[in-house]
Design a protein around this ligand. Structure first.
Ligand SMILES: [Zn+2]
Ligand SMILES: [Zn+2]
Length: 371
């Protein structure tokens, strides 16, 4: 007979995984045999809930169940799904996972997050930068032990130095041994009898620290560069955290960046467009490029220099440099210039007669970026 797993968990048929998980946790805690000793009904209900969860939490099994009403494939022999779901319940219950091996936990230092401002020039070439920050480092007074001079920490009597305490829960089929971080020593396995006064027993103190950072080319805004082990040092000799550098980009005075492409706007006079000219285009690395405009170049035309943009991160590829030509329109002109322009205006050669093929600048510009 087909069981309605959705009804068992009390979720709608279109419930997402989070909803299913939440419903399962709530019910599993309610009907867990440890909470209902000797109650056969609760035990049956718990098994049913676990079975429903096992199917509905697995996209493939859920699809099969939705289609055929049954799940044909047997669970993989290596993993016992029942043990797995029970473990999950305990995780919810105690906030810790089950640990089969008990050993003191080294306390890892915390990560440090810093903003890292880069110019486009720095992004183009990569660089070695020195950053300075407040970092918790080994206390020089106690040498990182946290104990005052001449004293030694004592083994934690609550956990016997293992850092964890064990609880036995349930009985028979449901018996479980639960390991929890020792509440007395917080998992360290020892207690400091007389704390170092300089670091208050933590073994680390905050000091200004200078760190050289290798910034690879192409590290762009929004990226986080992680420097393993350059974060706060762990107390009592624990491993250090990481230094996380959040890259921010300084706006550039002349280039606009569009992913790995650079856009440069070249302003030219109207005669330059009509007669043709040669432009000098600056690059980020102080080099220069020459752009020849042929007579009759349109204002808004875009020229592409392949590979002259920004480098891709961790790759040899480079973006392009796009130069868009704009006609410069003066705000004030002399009376002689005005006369000249009046003559031009009357000449038939200067009347706009665009052909269909001469697409709007905006459209051509978009096409360039879509390539
Ligand atoms: Zn100290
Ligand atoms: Zn302990």
């Amino acid at each position: 007979m087909k069981k309605d797993y959705y009804a068992i968990l009390g979720v709608p048929r279109n419930a997402d995984l989070d909803t299913i998980k939440q419903a399962y946790r709530r019910l599993a805690l309610q009907y867990h045999p440890d909470r209902n000793p000797g109650n056969r009904e609760a035990e049956e209900r718990f098994k049913e809930i676990s079975e429903a969860y096992e199917v509905l939490s697995d996209p493939e099994k859920r699809r099969q169940y939705d289609l055929f009403g049954v799940v044909s494939s047997a669970p993989p022999p290596s993993a016992d799904p029942f043990t797995q779901v029970v473990e999950e319940v305990f995780e919810t219950f105690f906030g810790t996972g089950r640990r089969r091996t008990a050993r003191p936990q080294a306390v890892r230092g915390e990560d440090i997050r810093l903003p890292l401002e880069l110019t486009l020039e720095e992004i183009a070439t990569g660089l070695t930068k020195e950053v300075e920050y407040l970092r918790e480092m080994r206390c020089e007074v106690c040498g990182g032990t946290g104990s005052a001079q001449g004293t030694v920490p004592s083994t934690c009597t609550t956990c016997g130095g293992s850092g964890q305490v064990a609880y036995r829960i349930g009985g028979g089929f449901f018996e479980q041994v639960i390991y929890q971080t020792c509440p007395e020593c917080k998992g360290r396995g020892f207690r400091i009898i007389s704390p170092c006064s300089a670091c208050e027993g933590k073994g680390v103190r905050a000091r200004m620290h200078r760190q050289l950072v290798e910034v690879p080319p192409g590290a762009t805004g929004g990226m986080t560069l992680a420097l393993r082990g350059a974060g706060h040092m762990g107390p009592w000799g624990g491993p250090p955290g990481d230094l996380l550098l959040e890259v921010r980009e300084k706006p550039h005075p002349i280039f606009i960046r569009e992913e790995y492409n650079l856009l440069y706007e070249a302003w030219v006079s109207y005669p330059d467009l009509v007669l043709g000219t040669t432009l000098t285009i600056p690059l980020l690395n102080d080099e220069k490029l020459t752009l020849s405009l042929s007579p009759g170049t349109l204002s808004g035309e875009v020229f592409r220099f392949t590979g002259k943009g920004l480098p891709h991160y961790n790759s040899r590829k480079r973006g392009d440099l796009l130069v868009q030509v704009h006609v410069w329109v003066p705000k004030r002109i002399s009376s002689e210039d005005k006369k000249l322009l009046e003559l031009m205006r009357q000449s038939s050669a200067f009347q706009p007669t665009p052909k269909k093929s001469e697409k709007s600048f905006l459209r051509r510009f978009r096409e360039f970026f879509q390539k």
